[in-house]
Design a protein around this ligand. Structure first.
Ligand SMILES: Cc1cc2nc3c(=O)[nH]c(=O)nc-3n(C[C@H](O)[C@H](O)[C@H](O)COP(=O)(O)O)c2cc1C
Length: 277
């Protein structure tokens, strides 16, 4: 089948999901690509038909797809459009996220023709506590592009969208996870919870470093930082995505969650991306 147009639909506060989605689309060879980025607010969705392709990429938060991404996709509708469901996670686990994305897209009228789980640098990763730092790296993006090229082959072989077999995302390969570090993580989380250590509700900003440049205001996906008051984060709006931390040109924002050390310690081993087509 001939693909008239390709869409990238993403929610991606620290841009790893978006870059994986872009690499997949590059691999399909699609020329006409429309990007609908839901990160910074509600957007109008383009109409999507059976002769188009949508790559939908979102991060994993606590083993699920972020609630904010789900609510921003409320008005999304398709008409048998082939879709690629992509969950990007920070080298720990994606748990229910891919199945949730598959169910959501199917309910909205997409035909989930391919799916993938990719690794992205963890939102809590810092220089001193790296967690999948730098991912997706060159080789991840090459894998994403080669996945895109295989999607193209599947589409080319079909007479039309109704010919395309939806994938069963539960059958996607599982990344290798050694038992000892996983158990160590579980034990550490139990100990941390029992200790009653307070969990920070949001990143904090150092007023001495902050120049009130407003970059954090622009990158925050949920209006949790107000222009002119950059050193204050509205905790009831903060989704702890760390876009302000990673985007601050002066490193004025930081998120001191005790989970960062646990994740950096227990999920050092590089996990593989997995695809199903
Ligand atoms: C609140 C929150 C929860 C997260 N939960 C998980 C998780 O359950 N498993 C995991 O491996 N990574 C988790 N991550 C890491 C993100 O999935 C990962 O950094 C992803 O690449 C971020 O995507 P983005 O760059 O598109 O925003 C979490 C990140 C945040 C901010």
């Amino acid at each position: 089948m001939n693909i008239a147009k390709a869409h990238l639909i993403c929610f991606s506060p620290t841009r790893t999901s978006r870059s994986v989605g872009e690499a997949i689309l590059r691999g399909t060879g699609a020329q006409d690509i429309a990007v609908t980025d839901l990160t910074h607010g509600e957007v109008a969705f383009p109409e999507m038909n059976g002769n188009e392709l949508a790559v939908v990429a979102v991060p994993v938060y606590g083993g699920h797809i972020p609630r904010l991404a789900v609510s921003r996709m409320a008005a999304l509708r398709a008409n048998g459009t082939p879709a690629v469901a992509v969950a990007v996670y920070g080298n720990r686990a994606y748990e229910k996220a891919l199945q949730e994305l598959d169910a959501l897209l199917s309910e909205k009228g997409f035909r989930v023709t391919a799916a993938a789980t990719f690794i992205g640098e963890h939102s809590y990763s810092t220089e001193s506590l790296p967690i999948a730092a730098g991912r997706p790296d060159k080789s991840d993006l090459e894998e994403a592009a080669s996945f895109g090229s295989r999607i193209r082959t599947k589409l080319d072989a079909a007479a039309g969208a109704s010919d395309l077999r939806p994938v069963d995302v539960r059958r996607i390969g599982k990344p290798r996870q050694r038992l000892i570090p996983l158990l160590r993580f579980v034990m550490k989380v139990i100990r941390l919870r029992k200790s009653g250590t307070p969990m920070p509700a949001s990143p904090t900003a150092d007023a001495g470093l902050c120049t009130r440049c407003g970059h954090c205001v622009a990158v925050c996906p949920n209006g949790a930082i107000i222009k002119g008051d950059e050193c204050n984060t509205l905790t009831d709006r903060c989704i702890r995505c760390c876009a302000c931390v990673k985007g601050c040109p002066r490193q004025a924002h930081r998120f001191d969650t005790p989970f960062a050390a646990l994740l950096a310690d227990c999920f050092k081993e590089r996990k593989d991306n997995k695809v199903i087509i």
